[in-house]
Design a protein around this ligand. Structure first.
Ligand code: AKG
Length: 304
């Protein structure tokens, strides 16, 4: 149901990989990708630094808390983010969010989602996270070039629309289940962006619910990314590609993952791609689309 694709075929068997990718993104919208272009040593460093940031004393995490800024950057304690807005569940995960890096005096800082990052006092953290951000964005754009081919567009169709992106790198840390009522690692949701590249540590918990189907475990293949289509690309493809609900159950042991949400530039116009038929949705700027989704995720959940 969730195919395992080999990225080395982008060079050796491009047409075959385009066909297999095209089938996956029209089906569940999920696939596993092995042999990505992202350096395995960098991946290990990022996962280790992620452990280190969540292990910091509460006060040091508070100093870089997401609530310090309006830019969705930094540490979010459990409960700050609830991905399923309908069920009243509160996610048990902690997260640390990193965005496209801008100097504090960059004129774009005032634009929505364009803040400076907040950095914890960990040696190498900033450098490795930014290196990973760039590598993951490049991998995402490379996947988009194959998807452009799948849709009959020039391979570089998306590249200029993703060169100063709204993409987000999110470190995730799920505590072991306590058995409390209403406990969920990450509530059922679809992703907001174009593509998500997810690195997991092998601890089970991630499930998908294909349309018309039941919740199903996502297999773990060591070294392979879990890749899925987000709502923005579904809309852009005029619903040809599928963004599928997924969730994380409270794990038996601590679970760590690293999500990279590949997003377009703020001004990219998300409008039915050529050749996808009569547009089902009005055009919208990528930043406006993201704003509409993030507002719901971070809205206060306290019953009134
Ligand atoms: C998300 O952050 O949107 C996720 O779905 C995370 C999935 C995971 O941690 O496996």
């Amino acid at each position: 149901m969730i195919p395992l694709l080999d990225w080395t075929r982008a060079r050796s068997d491009r047409a075959g990989l385009v066909a297999d990718l095209g089938a996956a993104v029209r089906g569940t919208g999920f696939f596993l990708l092995k042999n990505s272009d992202i350096d395995p040593d960098l991946r290990t460093r990022v996962l280790n630094l992620s452990d280190a940031v969540f292990a910091l004393p509460e006060g040091e995490k508070e100093a870089v808390a997401i609530s310090n800024t309006p830019h969705y950057r930094g540490w979010a304690r459990p409960g700050v983010e609830s991905l399923d807005e309908t069920r009243g569940e509160v996610d048990t995960k902690q997260t640390f969010n990193i965005g496209y890096d801008l100097a504090p005096n960059d004129p774009r800082v005032g634009e929505p989602f364009r803040g400076p990052n907040q950095w914890p006092p960990l040696p190498g953290f900033r450098e490795k996270m930014l290196a990973y951000y760039d590598a993951a964005q490049a991998q995402g754009v490379a996947i988009l070039s194959l998807l452009a081919e799948d849709l009959g567009l020039p391979p570089d169709h998306f590249a200029p629309l993703f060169d100063a992106p709204l993409s987000a790198l999110r470190l995730l840390h799920y505590p072991p289940a306590t058995g409390a009522a209403g406990e969920i690692g990450a509530g059922a949701h679809t992703d907001y962006g174009a593509i998500t590249l997810l690195m997991t540590d092998g601890e089970p918990g991630l499930q998908v619910r294909p349309r018309g189907g039941d919740w199903t475990d996502v297999p773990h293949v060591p070294g392979a990314y879990v890749v899925n289509i987000g709502d923005c690309l579904m809309r852009w493809s005029n619903d040809i590609y599928v963004s599928t609900p997924h969730r994380v159950l409270p794990p038996a042991r601590t679970r760590r993952s690293v999500a990279f949400f590949v997003e377009a530039n703020p001004d990219a116009l998300v409008t039915a791609l050529p050749g996808t038929g009569a547009a089902k949705y009005p055009p919208i700027r990528a930043a406006d689309y993201l704003a509409s989704r993030l507002d719901a995720t971070y809205a206060p959940k306290v019953p009134t």
